[in-house]
Design a protein around this ligand. Structure first.
Ligand SMILES: [Zn+2]
Length: 65
């Protein structure tokens, strides 16, 4: 019998809010199985486009100062 676990399709980046990702999507801790959070697994997934964009903006703003 297979155990159904939700596998994320993209990696989101955590933002300032504890319950939301940078792109505004609500975090759902229960949907991420612990073993999916390992770097090895995460590296196989693409970064969320919106999160990536926003990180880029934050980074560019930060290095200007
Ligand atoms: Zn995202």
């Amino acid at each position: 019998m297979k155990v159904k676990t939700y596998l994320p399709k993209v990696i989101h980046i955590s933002g300032d809010k504890p319950d939301e990702y940078l792109c505004g999507i609500k975090k759902d801790g229960s949907s991420w199985h612990n073993r999916c959070l390992t770097d090895k697994f995460a590296k196989t997934l693409p970064l969320c486009e919106r999160c990536s964009e926003l990180t880029d903006l934050v980074y560019k703003a930060a290095i200007k100062e």
